[in-house]
Design a protein around this ligand. Structure first.
Ligand SMILES: [Zn+2]
Length: 260
């Protein structure tokens, strides 16, 4: 039986995600932005919480953990490098480790840059990736605890997953991200088409997520730092030539930080 997913809004602009194995009822919450919204989602689906898979230590991804754990006795899995900053951790994981949610098997990918120990969870058979705040649709996380040289390889690692992989991220920033992407690449036709469909979806109050890697590779400037047009735009913005894609990424990220 294929995995089931339930995506729901949390806090101001976070998304919560439940991953459910219908074969045996196991259910994981990917991060826990707030206990109340996760509880309501569990009730809506009539699912029982067995696991919390944490991507990174930020409060808007971990604030609900203690309360959920007290109520459900669920297992909390967290990145080894950030476990000290995350409440009620049962298991720590690092690159290459596997997590199991019932019969669903996910692989841990270390994707540092947004935070120093950020991890993503890749469920290969289900073609799903939970990327926290590393990758957003048409964007990426801010470099709060890492440099461009740390983050660019993390994005390359995600870009290397099979293109049909569905990508679940922590926030709905897609429309704003598209404005930036089309400033970098004004004639990216895939991004122009995506902008139209995102506008329709958001007008209906629906999430733009999940995205797919296949789409992100075509529209997300942060995954396209080795594309000549993106590089040229970054060089024009920086007013100098840039030697490698990590430098291009650094210029784009700083540019986006100032972008309104
Ligand atoms: Zn974060």
């Amino acid at each position: 039986m294929p995995a089931e997913i339930h995506l729901f809004k949390c806090l101001k602009d976070n998304y919560g995600v439940l991953l459910h194995d219908p074969a045996n009822g196991a259910t994981a919450s990917i991060d826990a932005p707030e206990a109340g919204a996760v509880e309501e989602a569990l009730r809506t689906k009539n699912w029982r919480l067995t696991d919390i898979l944490v991507t990174h230590h930020h409060a808007d991804h971990t604030a609900g953990i203690a309360e959920l754990k007290a109520r459900h006795a669920c297992r909390v899995t967290a990145p080894q490098r950030e476990a000290q900053r995350i409440p009620a951790v049962d298991a720590t994981v690092r690159e290459g480790d596997f997590v199991t949610i019932g019969s669903l098997v996910g692989r841990v990918l270390e994707t540092p840059g947004h935070t120093a120990g950020h991890i993503s969870y890749w469920f290969k058979s289900e073609k799903l990736a939970f990327v926290g705040d590393t990758l957003f649709s048409v964007g990426c996380g801010r470099l709060l605890e890492g440099t461009a040289d740390v983050m660019w390889p993390s994005l390359l690692k995600l870009r290397g997953l099979p293109p049909e992989t569905e990508v679940y991220c922590g926030h709905e920033y897609t429309a704003a991200n598209l404005r930036f992407a089309l400033t970098v690449e004004p004639i990216n036709t895939a991004a122009l088409e995506y902008q139209e469909s995102v506008q329709r979806i958001r007008e209906q109050g629906e999430p733009s997520l999940p995205s797919t890697l296949n789409l992100e590779i075509r529209v997300n400037p942060f995954l396209r730092c080795d594309n000549p047009a993106v590089r040229a735009a970054a060089e024009a913005h920086a007013g100098k030539s840039l030697e490698d894609p990590a430098q291009v990424f650094g210029v784009l990220r700083a540019w986006k930080d100032q972008f309104r």
